[in-house]
Ligand binder design. Structure first.
Ligand code: NAD
Length: 433
């Protein structure tokens, strides 16, 4: 029996003992996970530094803190989420009592990417545990130090028949996807999302697909430009642009283009220093393959800010690229690096028409106080989620389900939605005889 088959079989046997369905058991498991994360905190930070050169502040803020926040929120609300919900009964069945029971699916598979390798493995795991499932995590091979650490942490905290890690490359993922899981939660690229969904179809396994895409940022002429520049720089250059919800490209009203670019430049200097190439805390591109892919985009326009790269160190400096249009190579695929192409508009309508014609974005950011324009954009464009007058912050709220739509994904999680996504909601009508 191969390792994946063996693991799924052990976990299914354990699931059928019914232990994980006990809410006290799940709460204890989440508490143990919390203790484990605290114990391994320094190793997590060191691993993020080793694989991506994330500083401790960035590693803690964008990975550990988010996971602990989700964990504490689940601990606080789990009993309430797991309590069967009474709902009204249709008048046609006057003696009926209607209740919805949340039950775990069984054995879940969580496949994680490399860009937030800790957060995007443990975030879904919290939902899987809270809902009462067993789970196998497959971390990304492109961040091997974090992958080993996740394996060590999980082995330290949980028996493998309950929660386990299977490390490896595409073959490992494929081996796992051949098995019959009861739920698959995948975070990664749209292309691999298709492979995952096809594999899931064989067993009719439900999936959540958290994918990528090109997320626009639109700055209207009435925007507060200083604040806008700060929030774009924060969202775009966090993790050197290797963020699924990073602003991918910028459309700015032509009247405020020059002022905004000047303020973005100031903000980059304030945040990263005069010479980012000498800033030892700026994250690097994950590997040479991605470096080559991203740095090629530098030739796609004229650098208004930045533009330098250093292959030996896998570094690309925060760059804003002008002289770009919809047909440029950089506008055909997700950039996933610290390069922001900028285009201008007089009339936003043709821009919105083009965005709508393209694959649905994971996020969209609009900077304006004009409420009519806000309504128009929200009505006209379908996208996973986003912000008005900010970037990224929609994904940090426990009360906003996070996910994509169309080619940027299906399903969502965070907060109660993480519990719901890993639960089957069983509807029961009870009548007296
Ligand atoms: P990826 O799709 O290459 O890999 C993700 C995972 O799938 C890895 O664990 C990898 O080992 C596995 N995998 C790779 N090829 C496979 C195959 N052929 N068959 C089965 N499994 C395979 O993605 P990535 O490069 O790790 O991550 C970057 C992408 O993920 C970007 O597109 C980004 O936008 C997206 N992303 C989305 C979110 C989100 O929440 N929506 C979050 C982070 C990243």
């Amino acid at each position: 029996m191969n390792q994946a088959k063996q693991l799924v079989s052990e976990q299914r046997t354990f699931f059928y003992t019914g232990q994980t369905k006990n809410v006290e058991y799940r709460i204890r498991a989440l508490q143990q996970l919390r203790v484990g994360i605290e114990k391994y905190q320094q190793r997590i930070l060191d691993a993020l530094r080793a694989d991506l050169n994330k500083s401790e502040a960035e590693g803690y803020g964008s990975e550990i803190r988010i996971v602990l926040g989700e964990l504490d929120f689940a601990l606080e609300h789990l009993e309430e989420w797991a309590t069967p919900k009474s709902v009204p009964t249709a008048a046609a069945i006057p003696d009926g009592v209607s209740t919805i029971y949340a039950e775990p699916y069984g054995v879940a598979l969580i496949i994680a990417p490399w860009n937030y390798p800790f957060q995007l493995a443990f975030g879904p795991l919290i939902g899987a545990i809270a809902a009462g499932n067993c789970a196998v995590i497959k971390p990304s091979e492109l961040t091997p130090t974090v992958s080993h650490l996740i394996n060590d942490l999980i082995q330290d905290v949980f028996p493998r028949e309950y929660i386990a890690v299977m490390e490896g490359e595409v073959e490992t993922s494929t081996e796992l996807l051949n098995e019959h899981f009861d739920y698959i939660f995948f975070t990664g690229s749209t292309g691999v999302g298709r492979i995952v969904m096809k594999a899931a179809a064989k067993h009719l396994t439900p999936v959540t697909l958290e994918l990528g895409g090109k997320s626009p940022v639109i700055v209207h002429k009435d925007a507060d430009l200083k604040l806008t520049a700060q929030r774009i720089v924060r969202g775009k250059y966090l993790n050197a642009g290797q963020t699924c919800v990073a602003p991918d490209y910028l459309f700015v009203h032509e009247q405020v283009h020059d002022a905004l670019i000047a303020l973005i430049q100031e903000e980059i200097q304030d945040k990263f220093g005069n010479d980012v190439m000498k800033n030892s805390d700026f994250p690097h591109i994950v590997n040479a393959r991605n470096f080559d892919r991203v740095s090629r985009f530098l030739e796609d326009g004229k650098a208004l800010i930045g533009g330098r790269s250093e292959r030996d160190q896998l570094l690309i400096e925060p760059t804003v690229l002008g002289d770009v249009d919809w047909s440029s190579a950089i506008m055909q695929e997700e950039i996933f690096g610290p390069i922001l192409p900028v285009m201008t508009y007089q009339d936003l309508n043709p821009v919105l028409d083009e965005i709508v014609r393209r694959p649905k974005p994971l996020a969209l950011y609009l900077f304006t106080e004009d409420e009519q324009l806000q309504e128009q954009v929200l009505n006209q464009v379908s996208f996973g989620g986003g912000c008005i007058n900010d970037t990224l912050s929609h994904m940090t709220s426990h009360y906003l389900p996070f996910g994509g739509v169309g080619e940027s994904g299906m399903g969502s999680y965070h907060g109660q939605q993480s519990f719901d996504v890993f639960s089957h909601h069983k509807s029961i009508m009870k009548r007296s005889e």
